[in-house]
Design a binder for this molecule. Structure first.
Ligand SMILES: [Zn+2]
Length: 55
């Protein structure tokens, strides 16, 4: 089970809905802590948290 999870993480890229910036999870993304939504990923380029997985 652990292997398949790691494999999925390696293949999935994240894409910014604001400016279109794309990078692998944990690459250039900023991690922020939102009081309502919890842990979020923020675009380092435009600062948007509208980040979605790009399969
Ligand atoms: Zn962006």
């Amino acid at each position: 089970m652990g292997e398949s999870i790691r494999d999925t993480m390696a293949r999935t890229a994240l894409s910014c809905g604001g400016c279109g910036f794309t990078a692998a999870p944990g690459d250039d993304w900023e991690a922020i802590d939102d009081p309502v939504l919890g842990s979020l990923t923020r675009c380092p380029d435009c600062g948007s948290t509208n980040v979605t997985g790009n399969v």
